[in-house]
Design a protein around this ligand. Structure first.
Ligand code: NDP
Ligand code: 8X3
Length: 256
């Protein structure tokens, strides 16, 4: 019997690559995000390539009622989720806090913190009942450090680190594992979203440096999931070799 994984934010980047590595390893996957047309395309590709079942789920993680409704009414055969990857997340803007756009703060906090909580709360009771499961939260190096203009985004990713730690404590005595994967710079649609669709500005972020790929991160996620049940990878920081902190990269190290 195939195991089941739910990946949020699977329409792009790290989430899409994670859905692929799980499908490749025999998981039936629920791929969720807001852009359903992309999910349907990914469904076709994964089903054909890996002969597993893929369920596309149009879901905005900020919509508490929809999260509760969808996840408590999953179709037969999809109800018992073995692996949850809380990946949906984003950064909006790079303004200093004093110039910050409050609407952007709301979107980041609602998606990166509250969305992750809604999803986790909806999935956990079934994992606890079965006394098994793995939850992988995608945090960031930005959860460990901060940088000018990173303020609210970094705070949300720091919250993800603390929620992972707290959840491990709340689940002691169960067999449920909670993992945090914290990447440095990964070339995805992240910067395009951060800069409101400005592809030129986004491309500059990755010029002159070899960033991580979404697949690099997906492999780290799979490493954690595929450890034997008695092993929890609590927190893995994964950096490009050319980046030694959020601020220090091969592009600017000579200034220091
Ligand atoms: P992408 O922009 O490529 O992917 C983000 C995904 O999140 C998309 O599938 C998007 O789907 C989904 N998403 C965004 N908002 C919502 C929402 N409200 N409800 C449901 N899904 C949503 O970026 P990445 O792959 O880089 O980002 C994935 C995660 O990795 C994020 O949590 C990010 O913070 C983290 N991260 C990224 C790093 C990087 O440098 N790229 C580094 C460290 C961490 P859709 O728009 O279709 O809803
Ligand atoms: C994304 C990494 O450094 O752009 O989480 O904030 S960074």
């Amino acid at each position: 019997m195939h195991k089941i994984a739910l990946i949020t934010g699977a329409s792009s980047g790290i989430g899409k690559a994670t859905a692929e590595i799980l499908a490749k390893n025999g998981y039936n996957v629920i791929i969720s995000a807001r852009r359903l047309e992309r999910l349907i395309e990914i469904q076709k590709q994964l089903e054909e390539k890996y002969k597993v079942e893929v369920l596309p789920l149009k879901l905005d993680v900020r919509d508490r009622d929809a999260v509760e409704d969808y996840l408590s009414n999953l179709p037969d055969g999809w109800k018992e989720i073995d692996v949850l990857v809380n990946n949906a997340g984003l950064s909006k803007g790079l303004e200093k806090l004093q110039d910050g756009k409050i609407d952007n703060w709301e979107v980041m906090i609602d998606t990166n913190i509250k969305g992750l909580l809604y999803i986790t709360r909806a999935i956990l009771p079934s994992m606890i009942k079965r006394n098994s499961g793995t939850i992988v939260n995608i945090s960031s190096i930005a959860g460990h450090e901060t940088y000018p203009g990173g303020n609210v985004y970094c705070a949300t990713k720091s919250a993800v680190l603390h929620l992972s730690k707290a959840l491990r404590m709340d689940l002691v005595g169960t067999n449920i594992r909670v993992v945090s994967i914290d990447p440095g710079m990964v070339e995805t649609e992240f910067s395009i979203v951060r800069f409101d669709g400005d592809k030129e500005r986004a491309a500059k972020v990755y010029e002159g440096i070899t960033p991580l790929t979404a697949e690099d991160v997906a492999e780290a996620v799979w490493f954690a999931i595929s450890r034997p049940p008695h092993v929890t990878v609590e927190d893995m920081v994964l950096m490009p070799t050319q980046q030694a902190s959020v601020l220090l990269t091969v592009k600017n190290y000579k200034k220091f």
